[in-house]
Design a protein around this ligand. Sequence first.
Ligand SMILES: Nc1nc2c(ncn2[C@@H]2O[C@H](COP(=O)(O)OP(=O)(O)O)[C@@H](O)[C@H]2O)c(=O)[nH]1
Ligand SMILES: [Mg+2]
Length: 451
Amino acid sequence: LAQSRPQAARPLIAAVATPQGRGAVGIVRLSGHGAAAAAQTLLDAGPLIPRRPTLRWLSDREGRVDRVLATFFPAGASYSGEETIEISAHGSPYILERILQAALACGARTAGPGEFTQRAYENGRLDLTQAEAVGDLIAARSALAHRAAVAQLSGGLAQVVEKLRGRIVDIRAWVEADLDHPDEDIPVFGTERCMSELSTLLDDIATLSASHDRGRAARAGVCVAIVGRPNAGKSSLLNALAGSQRAIVADTAGTTRDTVEARLEIAGLETRLIDTAGLRSTPANPIEAEGHRRAGLTLDGADLALLVCDQTRPLETELLADARARCPRVIPVLNKSDLAAPQIRAADIEGAVEVSALKGSGIPELLEHMSRTLTVEEDSSALLISTRHHDALLRCSTELEAARAHAQGTEGGELIAARLQSAGQELDAICGRTTSDDVLGEIFSRFCIGK
Ligand SMILES: Nc1nc2c(ncn2[C@@H]2O[C@H](COP(=O)(O)OP(=O)(O)O)[C@@H](O)[C@H]2O)c(=O)[nH]1
Ligand SMILES: [Mg+2]
């Protein structure tokens, strides 16, 4: 879909493309009109051969700065689509800053956030969904987020959206054909056909929109709240799951008052485990009451709750009912299985898992159960990770529903055609065929400088 939009040569921009700090290698990028000329000024031994990394000395007015590996990408054969120079220097912030300053002295200006990628989009190297995927790819912190970004960068989403758009264009052409030939006895298309085409289209868009729940989980990760009575072993469970002593464990009830977090990857998702203050029927003091309030907030916002119960005490059914009412998924965790005389049995409670946070028994089984509960199925070809795309699809659906309502009523085909046109425009905006400068600015401002 990425189309070549011929542009006048853009002014030269430069930025350090690698993160702050010391490393083996650091990269300075120059893109735009005059990049090759700037390289000639900065590097010794004449022009660079296109696309061949070459070891050269780089100097500024003060003298030699570093021995660098420089690569020249001619216009049309670079990331941004423009004449580009990439300079791999030793990864010292001092060296990189001096190289950047030397580039600025050659007439470059510093690049804004995402400006290289924005130019790649504007030069038709990437469509907008692919350009956005670059940001998601860099931000990905789990297997699923990474896979979704790779699929989008490969153009998977653009293809799906393009097909939907093509179907809207077809329906509109048929509707208009009927409008153009009102005298024909049998309309080419007809109300029934129009309604059924719109309905299947709406179903397919709804399926794609629905993947946003999973896509959002893939991108943002999921949150697991560990809740229960004081001393049930919540903090011990967090430590057992995280495999480290994150939270303080004590036999004094009310030890955990703040929320304590640990991160791990479960089912390919970045998972935040949050230990909370124990829920006593009546808090002993204002600090504990605040702990309760925060535990409640964590529970309300969680994708999954682990309700930790001490097996040697009777089951608190109202606590379980409350957790189930507040959180979409709850796993009752019956802790302290190492102790004798349990009063609760896993077999009696739906979905319960027995563990000993102290001894570690049952922890792999619990992780496995959590993984199954959180698993994101990947049935659809595209996973919608971006809220922008999701919103555009919803607006598209609204237009299509209005078109269908017009088709059902006695209103004219002009109204249907107009709605179809708006629906198509919503999809156009997803891939960047028509996207306002404001939206583009917002998308690319979230990128880092140098990307
Ligand atoms: N026997 C036994 N004791 C445990 C187990 N898990 C936690 N405990 C003990 O129960 C007490 C409270 O544990 P803690 O994790 O601080 O509970 P929290 O108040 O729910 O966070 C501590 O003395 C722990 O050592 C377990 O699986 N078996
Ligand atoms: Mg605790």
